[in-house]
Design a protein around this ligand. Structure first.
Ligand SMILES: *Cc1c(COP(=O)(O)O)cnc(C)c1O
Length: 461
């Protein structure tokens, strides 16, 4: 039986003469198409050996699908229906329109990146963001590099190479993707001096550890985890007072870099960069693409003399921002000069600000539109902000729960490889589409994607 079917499979040369395949050759060239035909025939042969039927009409279509998948861009815009607003695998913070436009303008044109227009002389690229950062944070100076990991390495290298840096044992964190404080310390050439315990570190612990070779006290925000129960660590003001008295630096790596207080969303506990400066940190470090809602960047703000030392380090050049990122960062920072603008224009803030009623309305619209194709219902749920921020604080949301006959994993996969790709949450045998991270203008696209994925699955089974 299968032998007979195998004999029906056409030769590669024969398939290449089919009109639809000839058309593909005109677009993609002979080699790409011939490879795709060969791979498709190999796959078909395997299917037959596994007892499947052979459909000659389907063959040329499968070649076209294979080429389309292989030749299309690897990076694609996806719909984030996971509910996680700062999803590191999905590029963290989406940019505000004005920031994206600024980046595009910088990209396609010339740009006074390192040129002072008034004097015609060369200037520093960080000037574009320094002034805005100082105004927003109340700091003496500021600079920006590639990301917060780079900022940490740079600060340790420029200010503590060969000297001791005191860190609480409760803050020897791994942020993810091999960013571990002890490793970063080793890479930068600073010497880690651990103090205290996992749950308790007292100001006396810091004080006893200070020697003539101590360069700084580094505090690292517990971004992506929490220690609960019997815990304590000294407030910034106490660390500041100690660092003054013993003449060591106090550097505060707050990680997430909120420029407005997330307590307004019912999400307390994220340190504000401005608070850290006010409490006396010599330098504060944070990311541009977490709670700030801008492009990937690492911001260093604080004392002018220290920023100057840091900017003289040779690694500054290796970690510098490109013109598109700088333009996007400047535009994002300027939105914060009028916080009500930041709240409506920065996607992360805008999405957090959406009311449950608004989300329920959108969810019902989706349910109505897909119900004929797949069992669906809207319900209230909770989600997390993500991106190593606010790890234990559930945020209210609304989900569309889909119950496919073919199983949740199969539908989640079909959604992922659809057009546009949709990333969902699989939970309790259902596929959840979380409205908190779906943009208003994506709802129609999402409805189409769900229908297509569900129909595709039903056809296969
Ligand atoms: C996220 C984070 C970092 C790393 O920031 P990137 O911008 O991702 O390099 C460093 N420190 C803390 C405390 C963080 O939360």
């Amino acid at each position: 039986m299968s032998n007979q079917l195998l004999r029906q499979l056409p030769a590669v040369s024969q398939v290449l003469l089919e009109p639809s395949i000839v058309a593909l050759i005109a677009i993609h060239g002979h080699e790409v198409v011939a490879d795709a035909v060969r791979a498709t025939l190999d796959f078909q042969r395997e299917l037959i050996l596994n007892g499947d039927a052979f459909d000659a009409d389907q063959l040329t279509q499968n070649v076209a699908i294979r080429i389309q998948q292989q030749e299309s861009s690897k990076l694609r815009t996806v719909i984030n229906a996971t509910g996680v607003l700062l999803h590191t695998n999905l590029g963290r913070a989406p940019l505000a329109e004005v920031a994206a436009r600024a980046a595009a303008e910088a990209a396609t044109g010339y740009f006074n990146l390192e040129l002072d227009l008034a004097t015609g002389k060369r200037s520093q690229r960080q000037h574009a963001v320094r002034e805005w950062l100082c105004r927003l944070l109340g700091s003496e100076s500021a600079t920006a590099v590639n990301n917060c990991a780079a900022a940490t390495v740079l600060v340790l290298r420029a200010l503590a190479m060969g000297r001791e840096v005191i860190v609480s044992r409760g803050q020897l964190v791994e942020i993810g993707g091999s960013f571990r404080i002890p490793d970063i310390m080793a890479t930068s050439g600073a010497i880690l001096r651990e103090v205290g315990t996992t749950n308790i570190t007292r100001i006396e612990d810091y004080e006893r550890a200070i020697t003539a070779n101590t360069a700084m006290i580094l505090r690292v925000h517990q971004s992506n985890y929490r220690v609960r129960g019997f815990t304590s660590s000294p407030p910034s003001e106490e660390i500041h007072a100690l660092s003054r008295k013993r003449q060591v630096l106090f550097v505060d790596d707050i990680g997430s870099g909120a420029l407005i207080d997330y307590a307004r969303f019912g999400l307390p506990g994220e340190p504000l960069a401005a608070d850290s400066i006010r409490a006396g940190a010599d330098l504060v470090l944070f990311s541009g693409d977490k709670l700030l809602g801008g492009p990937q960047a690492g911001i260093i703000a604080g004392r002018k003399d220290l920023i100057e030392t840091i900017e003289r380090d040779p690694l500054m050049r290796a970690f510098r921002l490109d013109k598109m990122t700088l333009a996007a960062l400047e535009a994002t920072l300027r939105l914060y000069l009028r916080p009500e603008k930041a709240l409506t224009e920065i996607p992360v803030l805008r999405q957090l600000n959406l009311s449950m009623d608004e989300l329920r309305q959108r969810a019902n619209q989706i349910v109505e539109a897909v119900r004929a194709t797949i069992p669906a219902e809207a319900r209230d749920d909770v989600t997390f902000v993500g991106g190593g921020s606010l790890p234990d604080q559930a945020y209210p949301t609304v989900v569309v729960a889909l119950s496919p006959n073919e199983g949740a994993d199969a539908l989640a996969r079909a959604l992922r490889i659809g057009n546009p790709p949709v990333l969902s949450r699989v939970q309790g045998g259902q596929v959840l589409l979380d409205l908190r991270s779906i943009f208003a203008e994506q709802v129609e696209l999402l409805i189409n994607a769900v229908r297509q994925a569900a129909c595709g699955l039903a056809r296969q089974s």
